[in-house]
Design a protein around this ligand. Structure first.
Ligand code: C2G
Length: 755
C-alpha cells in the first residue's frame, strides 16, 4: 500500500460523506482510508459499506480526542506515506494524491505541504459557488473566524524570492525555512498550526518518533508540526494542490474544535507550546515564531482578560502560569516588541498583575484615542457603553424599528398606530427612521446610527423591532423586547439551514445571541410558530394572534384605502394594477446587506401585450442596493421601491407577481390572484436555501419561468384563478387562518398590558 489516509471521526455523518466522496474521486487509487472512530460516536458501518473501493479500515480509537485518534491511525496505517484529513473537510478536485505521491516518489521527501482553501459550505455548495479566479488569493491571517464571505483561497506563499539556482544543500535549507514560514510563522495564533494537507513519509514519522500528545485537546498539531519541521531533511511545497477546510457556520450546535469554549483551553495551549519548543534549538526560526506567538497571546489576549474578565483567575493563576513559561523564552526572542508589549512583559516578569492591568489600560486608552481621531463616529458606541447604559431605564419609552430604519411599515407601524391612537400621552414613542416620512400621531423620529439612536437603545423600556437588533445591543434587566419578525418563513432560516450562502456566514451564532434577548415573538400562523421555535431555537413566549401588519387587509374600508393609494401613485383610472415584488438572492451581492437586482421580466414585452389594460408596480426587496430606472416605461411601470409600506401596495393592486418571498403569505389575505415568477427555482431552492413548504404542491398560483408565460397567465387571469381556487382555500386556511384584523390590539394587550 502506497498511501494511508487517516480520518479521525467524532461525529457528523453528513460531513464525513462529503469527505469520503472526495476521496473516492481521487484519480490515484493506491491508498487505504484509516477511519478512526473517536470513542462512542455514530455508527459509520452503513456509510463505509457504500465505498468498497476506498478500502476503509474502520478502527476504534484507543483513547479520547483527536490526538489519540490520529495516533491510532498511524499505528494501523500500512502505507508508505501518511496523509491526514479531517472528517469534516474534503479534497478539492481529485488530482491531489496523484500529484503528492508523484512528487514524494521523485524527490524522496519527508514531507510535502500545499495550500488550503476554506469554505463555509458543504461540498455541493462549494462546488457550485467556488470560483478560483473570483476568490483571488487572500492572506491566511485574514482567514479567521468572523470573516465575511463564502470561500477563500488561503494564501500560503507570495514569497517567490530566492527562486534562483542554489547548491543542493542551500536549496534544502531554503525549502525547510520556507516550510517553517508557511506552516508556523504565517499561521495566526497556535490554533491554525496544523498537520492537515501534509504528505508525510511514514518511516520519517517513525524514525523521528513523532506522536500526537494525547494529554492535549486543542493544540495537538503544534508540537507535531514543530518537531516534524525540526527533523525533516527533505521538505517540499507543492503548487496547485488544494485541500478544502470547512469552517463551521453553526458554532452553537456543531462547533469545530477551534470554536469550543472551554476553561481548559488556556492550560492546553501553554502545555502544547512547551512541548513544541522542547528540543528545538533556541536560535531556530520555529522557536522564534512560537515564542512570538506566545508573547502575542499574552499581550494581545490575556492582557485584555486581565482587564475585563470577571473571573479572577486571569489575574492570578493564569497570569502566574504564563509568567513561568514566558520567563523561559530566550532574551533574543523578546526583541522588536512594541512599547506596550515591553511594559506588559516587564510587569509579567515581576509577577505584578496590577502593573499589567495599568499597562493594558493605558494602551487601550491610547488606541481608543487614535481610533476616535480616525473615526469620530465611534464616540457613539463609546458613549453607549460607558455613559448611556449607566442611565436609568425610561419606563414609558417604546423604541420602534422596521427594516433597519428604512421604512415606516410592517408590524411595528401597526402596533405604534394602535397604541398612539388609543393611548395618547401614555408613552413616549420613538421611531428609528431614516426617510422623510412624517409620522402620524406624536412619535419622535431619530436617525439610525445618530447619537439618539445609541441613547434610546440603552435606556428604552420597550423595543418593537421587525428585524434583529444590533449584535452589540445590551439587554438590561427590566427591558421588554417584542420581536415582530417580518414574514412567514418560506426560505429556511438560521438553524434550519444546512449552510449559509449569504454574505455573513457566522450569522447562526449572531442570531442565537440576538434572539436570547427577545421576550415575545409574533407568529402569524401555526406554521410560523413551529418554524420559529426551531429556526431561532426560540424558547420564550410566542404571540399567536396573526400579524399586526395584516390587520389593514381585514379593515372594513380596505377597498377605499386601495383606491386612495392608486390615486396617490398616479395610476390612471380604469387601469388594473400588477404588483411585482420579488425577493433577494443570497449569492448576488456587492457587500453585506447590499444585494444586486437584475430585472428578469421583459417590460417591453409586457407593455406591448398588456399595456392597454394594465400597469405594473415594481417593488424590490429592501436589501437591494441597485436603483431602477423606469423612465423608458413612464405611464406603464411605476417604481415603488421607496414606498414605505408594502401592505398598502397590496391593497392598491389587482394581481401580484412574486417569487420566493414571504410576500405571498400576506397577500393571500386579500384572496386576489397570485403568480410566481420563479425563473431560477432550482438554484434558489436546491442550492441556496431550501424551503419549508413544497411550493409546487402548495402555492395558490402557477410557477412561471418566462415573461411570456407571465403574460399568458395575466391574459387568462380568470382561468388561472378558477384553476387554483381549491388550493387557495387550503393555503388561506393554513397561513391566514388566525388573521381577523385584531392582531395589533391583541399583541398590545399582552405586551403592554393595555386593553
Ligand atoms: N418585502 C417588500 N418588498 C419586496 C419583498 C419583500 O416590501 N419586494 C417585505 C415584505 O414585507 C416581506 C418582507 O419584506 O414580507 C420579507 O421579505 P422576504 O422576501 O420574505 O425576504 P426576507 O427579508 O429574507 O425575509 O420569515 C421571513 C423571512 O425572514 C424572509
Amino acid at each position: 500500500m502506497k498511501l494511508s489516509v487517516i480520518v479521525p471521526f467524532s461525529g457528523g455523518i453528513k460531513m464525513l460523506k462529503d469527505c469520503l466522496d472526495s476521496l473516492s474521486e481521487q484519480t490515484y487509487k493506491d491508498f487505504e482510508v484509516v477511519l478512526v472512530r473517536d470513542h462512542d460516536t455514530e455508527d459509520v458501518s452503513a456509510l463505509v459499506a457504500e465505498y468498497p473501493a476506498l478500502r476503509i479500515n474502520t478502527v476504534d480509537s484507543e483513547g479520547k480526542g483527536v490526538a489519540a485518534a490520529r495516533n491510532t491511525g498511524i499505528k494501523n496505517a500500512t502505507g508508505e506515506y501518511i496523509y491526514f484529513i479531517d472528517a469534516d473537510d474534503f479534497m478539492y478536485d481529485g488530482s491531489e494524491f496523484e500529484k503528492l505521491v508523484a512528487l514524494a516518489d521523485a524527490e524522496g521527501t519527508d514531507l510535502i505541504y500545499g495550500k488550503k482553501i476554506s469554505t463555509w459550505f458543504t461540498r455541493s455548495g462549494f462546488q457550485s459557488t467556488f470560483d478560483p479566479v473570483e476568490a483571488g488569493l487572500v492572506d491566511e491571517s485574514k482567514n479567521e473566524e468572523g470573516e465575511e464571505g463564502g470561500n477563500e483561497l488561503v494564501n500560503d506563499d507570495n514569497d517567490t524570492e530566492g527562486d534562483e539556482e542554489l547548491e543542493p544543500e542551500a536549496f534544502e535549507e531554503r525549502e525547510r525555512s520556507r516550510a517553517v514560514k508557511y506552516l508556523i510563522t504565517k499561521r495566526k495564533g497556535f490554533k491554525n498550526i496544523s498537520v492537515l494537507h501534509i504528505l508525510f513519509r511514514k518511516s520519517f514519522i517513525e524514525n523521528a518518533g513523532l506522536q500526537f500528545d494525547e494529554a492535549g485537546t486543542y493544540y495537538v498539531d503544534v508540537p507535531f508540526v514543530a518537531h516534524a519541521l525540526e527533523n525533516a531533511v527533505k521538505v517540499r511545497r507543492i503548487q496547485d494542490v488544494y485541500y478544502v477546510k470547512r469552517k463551521h457556520s453553526d458554532p452553537i450546535n456543531t462547533p469545530s474544535l477551534a470554536q469550543i469554549q472551554d476553561e481548559n483551553r488556556f492550560m492546553d495551549m501553554l502545555s502544547s507550546y512547551e512541548k513544541a519548543v522542547e528540543g528545538l534549538p533556541e536560535d531556530s526560526k520555529a522557536r522564534l515564531h512560537l515564542d512570538r506567538k506566545l508573547i502575542g497571546y499574552y499581550t494581545g489576549y490575556l492582557a485584555l482578560k486581565i482587564r475585563r474578565s470577571e473571573n479572577d483567575e486571569w489575574r492570578t493563576t493564569k497570569f502566574e502560569a504564563i509568567r513561568k513559561v514566558i520567563d523561559t523564552i530566550p532574551k533574543e526572542n523578546k526583541k522588536h516588541l512594541k512599547f506596550h508589549q515591553r511594559r506588559l512583559l516587564k510587569a509579567l516578569h515581576q509577577g505584578d498583575a496590577v502593573k499589567a492591568y495599568k499597562a493594558i489600560t493605558a494602551h487601550l486608552m491610547v488606541k481608543r484615542f487614535f481610533k476616535l481621531l480616525r473615526h469620530p463616529k465611534t464616540i457613539r458606541r463609546v458613549l453607549y457603553t460607558h455613559v448611556f447604559l449607566k442611565k436609568p431605564i425610561k419606563e414609558n419609552v417604546i423604541l420602534f424599528e422596521s427594516f433597519l430604519g428604512k421604512n415606516y411599515s410592517d408590524s411595528p407601524k401597526y402596533i405604534y398606530e394602535y397604541l398612539a391612537k388609543n393611548y395618547p400621552g401614555k408613552y413616549k414613542f420613538v421611531w428609528i427612521l431614516d426617510n422623510k416620512t412624517k409620522l402620524p400621531y406624536e412619535g419622535t423620529k431619530i436617525s439610525r446610527r445618530g447619537f439618539r439612536y445609541y441613547y434610546y437603545l440603552a435606556v428604552s423600556k420597550y423595543f418593537v423591532f421587525n428585524m434583529r437588533q444590533p449584535v452589540w445591543f445590551v439587554k438590561r434587566d427590566g427591558m421588554v423586547f417584542l420581536e415582530t419578525w417580518h414574514g412567514t418563513p418560506l426560505k429556511k432560516l438560521v438553524f434550519d439551514m444546512d449552510e449559509v450562502h449569504s454574505a455573513s456566514p457566522l450569522y447562526k451564532k449572531e442570531v442565537y445571541n440576538q434572539s436570547r434577548a427577545w421576550d415575545y415573538l409574533i407568529a402569524a400562523n401555526g406554521f410560523s410558530s413551529k418554524v420559529f421555535r426551531s429556526c431561532f431555537m426560540y424558547d420564550n413566549e410566542m404571540l399567536e394572534y396573526g400579524y399586526p401588519r395584516n390587520d389593514l387587509m381585514h379593515a372594513p374600508d380596505r377597498d377605499q384605502i386601495g383606491l386612495d393609494i392608486r390615486k396617490k401613485l398616479g395610476i390612471p383610472e380604469g387601469k388594473k394594477t400588477i404588483l411585482y415584488a420579488p425577493t433577494w438572492r443570497d449569492d448576488e451581492f456587492y457587500d453585506k446587506g447590499k444585494y444586486k437586482f437584475t430585472l428578469k421580466l421583459d417590460l417591453d414585452m409586457m407593455r406591448d401585450q398588456l399595456g392597454d389594460e394594465y400597469v405594473v408596480l415594481l417593488r424590490t426587496h429592501y436589501f437591494i442596493a441597485d436603483a431602477l430606472d423606469l423612465t423608458p416605461y413612464k405611464g406603464f411601470a411605476f417604481n415603488v421601491c421607496k414606498y414605505n409600506d408594502i401592505t398598502e401596495l397590496y391593497l392598491a393592486s389587482d394581481i401580484i407577481i412574486t417569487d420566493y418571498s414571504s410576500v405571498f403569505f400576506d397577500y393571500a389575505n386579500l384572496k386576489r390572484p397570485m403568480l410566481f415568477y420563479t425563473y431560477d427555482l432550482e438554484k434558489y431552492r436546491d442550492v441556496l436555501r431550501g424551503f419549508y413548504i413544497d411550493i409546487e404542491e402548495e402555492l395558490p398560483g402557477p410557477l412561471l419561468f418566462t415573461t411570456q408565460e407571465v403574460i399568458d397567465s395575466i391574459k387568462d387571469i380568470d382561468g388561472v384563478t378558477a384553476k387554483y381556487a381549491d388550493r387557495y382555500d387550503v393555503f388561506y386556511e393554513k397561513f391566514c387562518g388566525w388573521e381577523d384584523g385584531n392582531a395589533a390590539k391583541n399583541v398590545c394587550k399582552r405586551v403592554f398590558g393595555v386593553d
